[in-house]
Design a protein around this ligand. Structure first.
Ligand code: ZN
Ligand code: ZN
Length: 406
């Protein structure tokens, strides 16, 4: 939480998608205290002054779909890790995310209170961590990663894991309460098959209406919301009708889905880069064969879903969903979206719209006075070419979190 004066900057305001004339920006006690053109204010001697010589200053980026804990593709390998080792690996990835320019991430399966606390206390370097604890999966669903020969009862509650098993409205309700007890900011439910899960089909529907409604009711009673992993309209559309607030992936959505997203002011978090990376490097990265085969089911459809949602004006949010060694491609999501969307829209997905989804509007993703002073200093104009964000080693001069240069 510190103070800082930035001078000679072009300020990029994602709200209107414009770059300011040469400006100053002052941060005090970790928050944005003011900005303007003309003469910078006089600050006391102990406040550092950062003359950025004409560079662009924009709000720190938000990735709304990460799994810090999933640092390998190999479930057998991960099963042998102690909670401590798994957490240290996860926090190392968190640091790399911050250094790529993500000052806030929403973890949608795996991260917990301890990780968020370690970052908040400065024990680990990382983005603001908004976490939902473990995702809820039905038996045999996307979160049930037991091999076919394993008849052991799922035991994931007591270990670091991406998901936990809950069957029936009562168990869903109890598991939701337990995650909220542990500080979850949202509840993630897995309502269709997925690529990484070994045995389900991508188009398979998981959970009943009754179970989904139980999750939504429980979340609303806690003033929280439900987000759902889903690909196919069969699962997405019923979830939206049941009150689910955001849809992760959504590659196979139809016109009815678009209508429901608009009607409910819900959010769509496409994750293009994970399919792109898995298709290219998944095999070499140790992805199991049965998962690799499923990428084709969703890869090509991802772009057209984004295009239709963008054209219709759906609330689109930036997400990546990368696993294991593929995390290093996190910024490539910008390049893929640029094939469909104008730069200003993509920036809003990673700032203002993401902040709205996280219910942190005005706190993050903006240069407005009062927001956290989470800032990036970059060479070049991301509004002119969003790809400047994908080459941080050449263009990203500083990452600033709560007024402190990292
Ligand atoms: Zn998913
Ligand atoms: Zn995911």
């Amino acid at each position: 939480m510190s103070s800082l004066l930035i001078t000679n900057a072009h300020l990029l305001h994602p709200e209107d998608g414009e770059l300011s004339d040469v400006s100053w920006l002052e941060a005090a006690d970790g928050r944005i205290a003011g900005h303007g053109t003309g003469r910078p204010p006089t600050v006391s001697e102990d406040v550092p002054v950062l003359d950025v010589a004409g560079a662009t200053v924009l709000p720190g980026l938000i990735d709304a779909h990460v799994h810090l804990l999933l640092t390998t593709f190999d479930p057998k390998e991960a099963a042998g890790w102690t909670p401590g080792y798994a957490t240290v690996r996860a926090l190392k990835e968190a640091e790399r995310m911050l250094r790529r320019g993500f000052t806030t991430v929403r973890d949608v399966g795996g991260a917990d209170y301890g990780m968020a606390r370690a970052i908040e206390e400065g024990l680990a370097v990382g983005p603001r961590l908004v976490y939902g604890g473990k995702a809820l999966s039905q038996t045999g669903g996307h979160g049930d990663i037991r091999p076919l020969g394993d008849d052991a009862m799922p035991c994931c509650q007591s270990r670091p894991a991406f998901a936990r098993i809950a069957d029936g409205a009562d168990e869903v309700c109890a598991a939701a309460r337990d995650e909220f007890r542990k500080g979850a900011s949202h509840l993630k439910i897995l309502i269709s098959g997925g690529v990484a899960s070994p045995h389900d089909e991508v188009s398979a529907v998981q959970y009943t209406d009754e179970e989904i409604r139980a999750a939504v009711t429980e979340a609303e009673q806690h003033n929280r919301y439900v987000t759902a992993h889903a690909y196919h309209p069969r699962s997405v559309n019923r979830a939206l009708r049941a009150g689910v607030r955001s849809v992760e992936h959504g590659n196979l959505i139809d016109d009815e889905t678009i209508g429901l997203l608009l009607e409910h002011d819900a959010f769509l978090v496409p994750t293009l880069v994970t399919y792109d990376q898995m298709a290219q490097f998944g095999k070499a990265a140790g992805m199991p064969e049965q998962s690799y085969k499923k990428i084709a089911d969703v890869h090509a459809a991802a772009m057209s879903a984004l295009e239709r949602a963008h054209t219709a004006g759906v609330n689109l949010v930036f997400g990546t969903d990368l696993l294991g060694p593929l995390h290093s491609a996190q910024l490539q999501e910008f390049a893929l979206r640029a094939e469909i969307q104008p730069a200003a829209d993509i920036l809003r997905a990673a700032t203002t719209t993401a902040a709205r989804l996280l219910r942190m509007e005005g706190d993050i993703g903006t240069l407005d006075v009062g927001a956290h002073a989470d800032l990036l200093v970059v060479d070049g104009d991301p509004l002119d070419d969003i790809r400047v964000l994908t080459r941080p080693e050449q263009t990203l001069r500083h990452v600033i979190k709560a007024g402190t240069v990292i």
